[in-house]
Design a protein. Sequence first.
Length: 123
Amino acid sequence: MSQEQEQDFRPVNQVLGSQPSLGPLPADQILPWTVIALAAYFIINGVFGGLFQDDFKKWLWTILVAAWGMTTWWILTGGRSWSFLSKFIGVPVWTRGFARYQSLLELNYERKNRKTKHQRQRK
């Protein structure tokens, strides 16, 4: 009887269907957060570096700007990233139309053709 119960149930991997992460950090956020942190570092230390007298203030503002950028990005794309990022994908506009043939070798061919057709009809 115990063998029948073991055959009814199959072991399931608990990781299947879950989002990959590195500890508490979601894996899909690591690359954008790295770019945001590097941009904050270059903006604060490169552009506004002369405004601060000591290194503590530079690093404090770098960490604050990087944290602000990372939290904003996480709010906009975390969990359901497709709901925000899909707004920027261009949707094709399907129209029905016909293009007139235009010769690349002779640009005035159609005008010449019209003149000859009209002259024949007038006679």
